[in-house]
Design a protein around this ligand. Structure first.
Ligand code: GTP
Ligand code: MN
Ligand code: MN
Ligand code: MN
Ligand code: MN
Ligand code: MN
Length: 193
């Protein structure tokens, strides 16, 4: 487990780098194969290193606020300037994989059409498209036969603690029940062997 600290505590610590990432999500009434409710759109990205993660990046708090830095990273990585405020902050952690790094995580709800426009911009105008970012991906939140859907998605490899960030945000935003999250995690676990 990563150690959680407050946003304020994080900003008083000297000698740390700060990374800010965000889960952009929204509701949809679309149905897969015309019958399986998609329920929610949740965006992640395929990174240059082949790992899944959230859009965002390194922010230098002596030059810009965490939220302004995250907005700048979003402009680079998804091609549109999404406003991020302190209200969107969900948690800050001392990274266990990277000793001098604090990871800040944000969540922001958007409309389905805003998310569709953002996905288009991520290909059409984002400076990092095809370079640091290989593409935005939607997280499947449903369950199909034999682990299809969320369990298979969770069996991929994720950067840093972004997999745990995804699971806690799905719970926090009530996009899935605690029981559904546990089911997905245990089915994903069985796929690893
Ligand atoms: P450059 O523009 O090349 O500097 O990259 P960046 O600023 O976009 O940084 P990046 O998004 O790679 O994030 C910086 C560091 O934060 C990474 O090296 C990872 O250790 C960590 N990181 C990246 N993505 C995530 C994420 O989704 N969640 C968490 N918790 N950490 C992440
Ligand atoms: Mn970046
Ligand atoms: Mn990044
Ligand atoms: Mn950067
Ligand atoms: Mn698309
Ligand atoms: Mn960059």
């Amino acid at each position: 487990m990563e150690k959680q600290i407050t946003r304020e505590d994080a900003l008083t610590r000297k000698g740390f780098k700060h990374a800010c990432h965000i889960m952009l999500y929204g509701d949809t009434s679309a149905k897969l194969f015309g019958k399986i409710p998609i329920k929610h759109i949740v965006l992640m990205q395929m990174r240059f290193d082949g790992l899944l993660g959230f859009p965002g990046g390194l922010v230098n708090p002596s030059k810009e606020t965490l939220e302004a830095g995250l907005s700048r990273e979003l402009h680079e990585e998804v091609g549109v300037a999404v406003f991020v405020g302190v209200d969107n902050h969900m948690c800050s952690c001392l990274s266990s994989s990277c000793p001098n790094l604090i990871t800040h995580f944000y969540i922001k709800k958007m409309t389905e059409s805003e998310l569709n426009e953002l996905e288009k911009a991520a290909v059409a105008t984002a400076a990092d498209h095809g370079l640091e970012v290989l593409g935005m991906v939607r997280v499947p939140l449903y369950f199909l036969r034999n682990g299809g859907g969320l369990p298979y998605f969770l069996s991929h490899s994720f950067i840093s603690n972004s997999r745990a960030q995804l699971l806690s945000a799905l719970q926090r935003c009530r996009l899935l029940s605690q029981g559904e999250i546990e089911k997905a995690v245990s089915q994903a676990e069985q796929m690893r062997c």
